[in-house]
Design a protein around this ligand. Structure first.
Ligand code: HMG
Ligand code: MG
Length: 287
């Protein structure tokens, strides 16, 4: 039985940041490869405004084209009810709402204050509860914000607690710009754990500064056992051009295995998927 879980983010968090336009068929091929690796959850795409994120404009086509493996839940990001309805029409198994711990990032990412964004999630939560659809919640910029500077841990705890109270089954804590350090991650977790138990939390660490593995170790010490990662280290940060993206799944899997954890993944398929992901980056057409 796996004792840690990696939630694969590459097709969504990775490819949303690619400057090149990746054809839907290639995204589908990547998800199909990932479906054979042993993940229980794969974030496939997002139903957001195509004006804001043109890379995800093919969300319905991608979700509609994948070969669904038994036991795998295929997830999509949904910022509002429009997005939720699109995700459900395309048969997403679960959805995710995403909020920010800082006002600056909330405005930049959602064109809304934190409070307004939480208000928009209420109808999603209601509809999802009626339909029995699990909803995950993200909190972004949990240690550092590119607009507002260092994020006070209490602000993260407040937003995480709101999402949890609304009915999110798990709260994923995003170091969006990869500037967290084991000490700041630890301080943030200390505050969040007063509101949400460790088994309902996940770490979502970008590897911009090469500290994601250290941040994962700090989180393991606090009892966190779910981590988000992107195969091949796909992605980047729009606020730090040229920076690395999500921490690479194959790197986290090897790191965890070295500590005696078993993420339950097929390393050969992971390596194949990582090579495929890197090739996608290299050969996509210019957007
Ligand atoms: P807005 O411009 O304030 O919204 O954007 P609006 O309601 O005025 O709508 C603007 C247009 O978008 C309208 O179309 C809407 O119909 C359309 P128009 O009338 O102009 O033709 N629209 C939609 N279209 C498709 N799907 C939808 C949708 N909603 C409205 N769901 C909005 C507000 C929330 C839509 C916008 O800000 C948005 O889409 N933001 C998403 C940004 C995003 O995707 N960011 C990346 C994901 S978050 C992330 O990466 C962080 C994470 O990885 C964790 C971490 O690392 O921290 C999760
Ligand atoms: Mg992210």
């Amino acid at each position: 039985m796996p004792d840690v879980e990696l939630f694969e983010m590459g097709p969504r968090d990775g490819l949303q940041n690619e400057k090149r336009l990746i054809p839907a068929a290639d995204k589908i091929a990547l998800v199909d490869l990932l479906s054979r690796a042993g993940f229980r959850r794969i974030e496939v795409t997002s139903f957001v405004s195509p004006k804001w994120v043109p890379q995800m404009a093919d969300a319905a086509e991608v979700l509609g084209g994948i070969a669904r493996a038994p036991g795998v839940r295929y997830a999509a990001l949904t910022p509002n009810l429009t997005g939720y309805e699109g995700a459900r029409a395309a048969r997403a198994d679960e959805v995710a709402v995403f909020a920010s711990a800082s006002e600056g990032f909330s405005k930049a990412n959602l064109n809304a204050t934190i409070e307004e964004s939480l208000d928009r999630f209420v109808p999603i939560m209601q509809q999802a509860a009626t339909e029995g659809v699990p909803v995950r919640g993200y909190v972004s910029v949990v240690t550092d914000c590119p607009f507002d500077g260092p994020t006070p841990p209490a602000n993260v705890a407040r937003v995480a607690s709101r999402l949890f109270a609304m009915g999110c089954y798990e709260i994923s804590l995003g170091d969006t710009i990869g500037q967290g350090r084991p000490e700041t991650i630890d301080a943030m977790l200390a505050a969040v754990l007063d509101e949400v138990p460790a088994e309902r939390l996940a770490g979502h660490y970008h590897d911009t500064a090469g500290r994601a593995l250290g941040n994962i170790d700090a989180s393991l010490a606090r009892g966190i056992r779910v981590f988000d990662a992107a195969v091949g280290g796909l992605g980047g940060c729009p606020y730090a051009p040229g920076a690395a993206g999500n921490v690479a799944t194959e790197k986290v899997a090897a790191h965890l295995a070295g500590q005696g954890f078993d993420p339950g993944l097929d390393m050969d398929i992971l390596r194949e998927a990582a090579a495929f992901a890197r090739a996608l980056r290299a050969t996509g057409e210019t957007a």
